[in-house]
Design a protein around this ligand. Structure first.
Ligand code: SUD
Ligand code: ADP
Length: 292
């Protein structure tokens, strides 16, 4: 077969799917409030092999269409749509896209669902529209959509500072997590603007592995959301329990899937939950690298 480039039809992908993985904050320290009202953080991000499913199809018009589990979010407020429009304007792209969302992650759960959707949209359309922006350029766009969009664009477990955009990659051992979502939505903005939030934790001195670590949002969220307090208490029967981000999701960590599954099987009926293993490389990046 004559394999020279000139005789080959370049098969460019015009439709593919990407995961928008969940993230966990294995600890979250708040060092202080900045001039712009955002907070200086020190937090450890890892990804889970579990998340929303997004399908992207190239369209010859400039229209951006979002279908599927858009629930009650107006199109203009959907972070998927906002990400697509942001990239389209930034690159003066003449293409559009049809994007379908299968929502798996709880909204406002502290697992980064909306931010991850936005990041996977930027990563996918960068490839679909042949924009060829670097990850740094995409992260600089992404941070305009949310403070934890950059970590999903970067796609590696990371120690983060700044508002969550200054990243140092880390290698963590893979673990199994049981993540529980008490039926309460916690607004990230409400927690960060609350007067009782602990926001004076000093920066870590030395390796994080040798320090006392916590989620500084936990005491306030436990006070405001009794269901979160109950969830953390209930999970303690199995392992040390933590809340991720500003909540409301809480999690316990195990070495094996069997242990995580056991907790899930005993979950009280009014709580949702899932189990997943952690990965240092975002599954969205793994999938993207397999698309030619
Ligand atoms: C707290 C973290 C920890 O990973 O995750 P979640 O709990 O949201 O999952 C993130 O920093 C959240 O990132 P994200 O959810 O994108 O927040 P954004 O939409 O950017 O910000 C929502 C609001 O939270 C506050 N905010 C957020 C991040 C930050 N470093 N300081 C802040 O003060 C601001 O009041 C902002 O208006
Ligand atoms: N595609 C989306 N998926 C989830 N949330 C979205 C989306 N688009 C906009 N949002 C809004 O973003 C907010 C935060 O979403 P999310 O990132 O899931 O929270 P968290 O970071 O706490 O996990 C939600 O209140 C929701 O209204």
């Amino acid at each position: 077969m004559n394999g020279t480039l000139t005789n080959m039809t370049m098969h460019t992908m015009t439709s593919f799917s990407l995961l928008a993985p969940a993230k966990l904050n294995l600890f979250l320290h708040i060092n202080g409030r900045r001039e712009d009202g955002y907070h200086e953080l020190e937090t450890l991000f890892t990804f889970l092999n579990y998340g929303d499913q997004l399908t992207f199809t190239l369209s010859e018009t400039t229209e951006i269409e979002v279908t599927g589990d858009t629930s009650n979010i107006p199109l203009k407020d959907n972070l998927i749509y906002k990400a697509a429009v942001l990239l389209q304007k930034h690159t003066n792209s003449l293409f559009g896209a049809k994007i379908n969302l299968t929502k798996i992650l709880p909204m406002g759960g502290g697992v980064g669902g909306g931010s991850s959707d936005a990041a996977s949209t930027l990563l996918a359309l960068n490839k679909l529209w042949h924009c060829q922006l670097s990850l740094q350029e995409l992260a600089a766009l992404g941070v305009q959509l949310g403070a934890d969009v950059p970590v999903f664009i970067n796609g590696k477990s990371a120690l983060a500072q700044g508002i969550g955009e200054k990243l140092v990659n880390v290698e963590l051992p893979s673990k199994w997590y049981c993540v529980v979502h008490p039926s309460e939505h916690v607004s990230t903005a409400k927690i960060f603007t609350h007067p009782d939030l602990k926001r004076n934790t000093p920066k870590l001195k030395g390796p994080w592995q040798q320090q006392t670590l916590a989620n500084d949002c936990e005491p306030l969220v436990k006070k405001l959301c009794p269901e979160v307090e109950k969830t953390l208490q209930w999970l303690l029967k199995y392992a040390p329990s933590k809340m991720t981000g500003t909540g409301s999701c809480c999690f316990v960590e195990f070495a094996t899937q069997k242990e995580a599954q056991h907790v899930l099987e005993n979950l009280p009926h009014n709580w949702d939950g899932f189990i997943a293993s952690s990965v240092n490389i975002s599954p969205a990046h793994t999938q993207l690298n397999a698309i030619h």
